[in-house]
Write a protein that binds this ligand. Structure first.
Ligand code: NAG
Ligand code: NAG
Length: 294
């Protein structure tokens, strides 16, 4: 009788295991939701974004002038005053705050090793552990959590690999110590020539793939997702989605849940969901779904 009972328990256990391993079980949930902030003044403050409780990482965008000795941060008219405190508020509440370099406008390039090292130097002293005299710190003594590469221009030969390697060297070891999370946000199709050389270093923590702005991207979602996840097994891959129904590539929450989540969470290195951007998300509340299912 004892034996039969044990057999019953075993059968139950294997049933549970089978169920958990099934494709619909979403065993890969991480709860990670990243959002971009800084592209529209009407999206509300950084603090408000963090206060919503919807995100685990906010990426400020963009530092969009660099490479020729000049640097410029474009936050679409958000007043810089107070952002330092907002960053600390976010971090205190467990939300990482990162800064994206690149973007759709501005004037940027990294033609040489030296220009890459100069950009590193600027980033380190303006936003991280550096404190060189004469280098302005727009957010005071707030120390950011990461750097994101969001490249829309340049040639495949540019030295973002040199920048990435330098940033990685300063991950903890460069100062009193705090991890520096290195991420990239490429366009959908693999590979993205703008950032390929940097990603080939294999040292990126996360890649947010932009599965929008291109109708074909949607059609080939599974194939493209598998290419990215296979190419960078040591990196967490994020599904980048628009929060606005008006963007090409918008996925209705129902399709996200039934059609897309089961596919992407099969990958061992699935990371989470990235949302473009806070302005649209505040209007549509898309992240309230993404958060439950990520
Ligand atoms: C640029 O940096 C890379 C990587 O550190 C190195 O291999 C290469 O020799 C450097 N090139 C020049 C021109 O210094
Ligand atoms: C957005 O979603 C959150 C979480 O489900 C909810 O509490 C909030 O009321 C929603 N806001 C709007 C404007 O729909």
């Amino acid at each position: 009788m004892a034996l039969a009972a044990r057999g019953g328990v075993l059968a139950l256990v294997s049933l549970v295991v089978l169920f958990l391993a099934g494709p619909a079980a979403a065993a890969g949930k991480t709860g990670q939701v990243t959002v971009f902030w800084g592209r529209n003044k009407d999206e509300g403050s950084l603090r408000e974004a963090c206060e919503s409780g919807m995100y685990t990482m906010v990426i400020m965008s963009f530092l969009n002038v660099y490479g020729r000795g000049k640097y410029h941060l474009d936050l679409s008219g958000h007043p810089l005053h107070g952002i330092g405190d907002d960053i600390k508020y976010c971090q205190f509440n467990g939300v990482w705050v990162s800064l994206a370099v690149g973007g759709f406008d501005g004037d940027y390039s990294l033609p040489t090793n030296q220009s890459a090292l100069d950009l590193f130097d600027h980033l380190w002293n303006s936003y991280f552990g550096g404190s060189r005299k004469g280098v302005p710190r727009p957010f005071g003594d707030a120390w950011l959590d990461g750097v994101d590469l969001f490249l829309e221009r340049g040639t495949p030969a540019e030295r973002y690999d040199v920048l990435a390697l330098e940033l990685a060297k300063h991950n903890i070891r460069g100062g009193p110590g705090k991890p520096l999370h290195l991420t990239a946000t490429p366009r959908c199709f693999y590979p993205d020539p703008h950032v390929n050389r940097a990603l080939a270093t294999g040292i990126f923590e996360r890649i947010h793939v932009r599965f929008y702005d291109d109708a074909d991207c949607q059609v080939q979602l599974e194939k493209t997702w598998n290419q990215w996840t296979a190419a960078y097994p040591a990196t967490r891959i994020y599904l980048g989605l628009p929060a606005s129904e008006q963007t090409i590539g918008y996925i209705h929450p129902k399709n996200l849940y039934y059609g897309v989540i089961p596919i992407i969470q099969k990958a061992d290195n699935y990371g989470g969901i990235m949302i473009w951007d806070r302005f649209s998300d505040k209007r549509t509340n898309y992240s309230s779904y993404a958060k439950q299912w990520a």
